[in-house]
Write a protein that binds this ligand. Structure first.
Ligand code: MLT
Ligand code: ZN
Length: 458
């Protein structure tokens, strides 16, 4: 789309709020903020605004609402469902300058500004003798504001839950500029509506998150990682279920397949991790205050369905094994913008889904390729399909309908954004969607915040 112009009155109001250096209108500087990480979703913006603090965010939102111009909040722009980029000429409100970071080592919590990266929260937690319960491959770019707004998942959901489980309170700005703040951080605080829980996962449609109070979890300093190869997916999924029940130290449990592993090895020049080739692989990590290796070995080493296993008890070896899993995202993206369908299935339906989803894609798009990987410990499969036009969503519909038919969720951890909007009705009843619209209408009556995302039109 053509780049829309910023109304002169709005430009003056924004410059008065944040300073002219922080109202960016140079097209060369805007392009990086106009397309999502996958390359599938994007549009054009008249301006990127970079407020320095909560008061400036409030002034920016109030000015945009008064001018009738919609906004898209943006952090690290690592979202995967098209929810963090302008699609219809919205102003981008970039939260990168909100860098507050206050750790309470005694209470085990941190108040972090929206622009602080997940990696920085992890480092601050570690320095205070704690750990942050969320970890994900995009840790160096993904921010507190974005991960709270999208209720990001990641590799430790199995142990600590998603971002929503870490949030003790949020500070957020409504579309009219009012600030809603509850950062006291009390674990027991039963005083009515859970506004933090509502804003968390609202994908920037109800308020713009400016800070969050996050609980920290005890550090588990000794870790062991094992990568096991299996003859097929059902064997891998069954073993993963057994290990979850047997090993109380498990913090992550991931699944991938030989086609994905081969792609990663080719693209990054990595040696294959095991001597033989296996159809399916499960990577598990155990972490504890003492060495969990023996407890993990008892389960994995003794498992009758494991074909072959590699174990790493040192940090370097653990990183090397994790790379085979974490590099999937980049390796697949290098083939062209994928259709990313992040779904959860009940454990009992996973083996059938893994088989049927490949057939469903092949039937509709014989030239496309299906890549499967994900967090098997949460029943979460990342179905990635390459070789499709970005706007051709026939495969998306077929896959999400298959998920719903198996009793699964069409979004496990990435959110709805624009990518899943047309299929939200598969998981949410008309009554639930009416409540979504009522809440949106109450908090953002003019529709300033991230229009077209998450909330289907009535
Ligand atoms: C992952 O698990 O690696 C992330 O959710 C990113 C992705 O799905 O590609
Ligand atoms: Zn994931």
């Amino acid at each position: 789309m053509d780049r829309p112009a910023l109304p002169p009155d709005l430009r003056r109001a924004l410059e008065a709020s944040v300073g002219s250096d922080h109202v960016v209108v140079d097209p060369d500087l805007l392009v990086a903020h106009e397309r999502d990480w996958t390359g599938r979703f994007g549009g054009a913006t008249p301006a990127l605004v970079r407020p320095a603090d909560t008061a400036q965010v409030a002034a920016v939102l109030a000015a945009c609402t008064r001018a009738g111009v919609a906004v898209v909040p943006q952090g690290g722009n690592t979202g995967l469902v098209g929810g963090s980029v302008p699609r219809r000429g919205e102003v981008v409100v970039h939260l990168g300058r909100l860098q507050r970071l206050d750790v309470d080592a005694h209470a085990g919590r941190v108040v972090a500004g929206a622009g602080v990266t997940v990696a920085r929260v992890q480092e601050a937690a570690a320095a205070a003798g704690w750990s942050y319960g969320v970890d994900l491959a995009s840790r160096d770019s993904a921010t507190v504001g974005g991960t709270v707004a999208t209720n990001a998942g990641g590799i430790h959901v199995l142990r600590h839950g998603p971002t929503r489980s870490q949030v003790l309170g949020v500070e957020a700005v409504l579309a009219d500029g009012r600030v809603v703040s509850h950062l006291g951080g009390l674990v027991k605080d039963n005083t009515g509506y859970d506004l933090a829980g509502l804003v968390c996962g609202s994908e920037g449609t109800l308020a713009v998150v400016t800070a969050a109070c996050l609980r920290l979890v005890p550090a588990l300093p000794v870790r062991t990682v094992a990568l096991a190869g299996f003859a097929d997916a059902p064997r891998a999924i069954r073993a993963a279920g057994r290990w979850r029940r047997a090993v109380s130290d498990l913090v992550a449990e991931e699944l991938f397949f030989d086609d994905g592993l081969s792609l990663v090895c080719e693209q990054f020049g990595l040696p294959r991790p095991l001597r033989a080739t296996h159809d399916a692989y499960v990577l598990v990590e155990a972490a504890a205050a003492d060495d969990p290796t023996e407890r993990l070995a008892e389960a994995v080493g003794a498992d009758p369905e494991v074909g072959e296993v590699a174990v790493a008890t040192d940090a370097g070896g653990a990183e090397r094994l994790w790379r085979y899993r974490e590099a999937h995202t980049e390796a697949i993206n290098a083939l062209g913008p994928p259709h990313k369908l992040d779904v959860t299935l009940p454990e009992s339906a996973l083996p059938a889904f893994v088989r049927e989803v490949r057939d469903a894609v092949a039937h509709l798009a014989p030239d496309a390729r299906t890549w499967l990987f994900g967090h098997v410990g949460d029943g979460n499969v990342h179905v990635n399909v390459t070789g499709l036009a970005p706007e051709d969503d026939r495969v998306d519909g077929a896959v999400l309908e298959l998920v719903a038919a198996h009793g699964g969720s069409i979004s496990a951890e990435h959110g709805i954004g624009v990518a899943k909007l047309d299929w939200l009705h598969l998981n949410r009843s008309p009554e639930e969607l009416a409540v979504f619209r009522a809440v949106k209408g109450a908090l953002d009556p003019d529709g300033t915040l991230n229009p077209g995302v998450l909330v289907p039109p009535g």
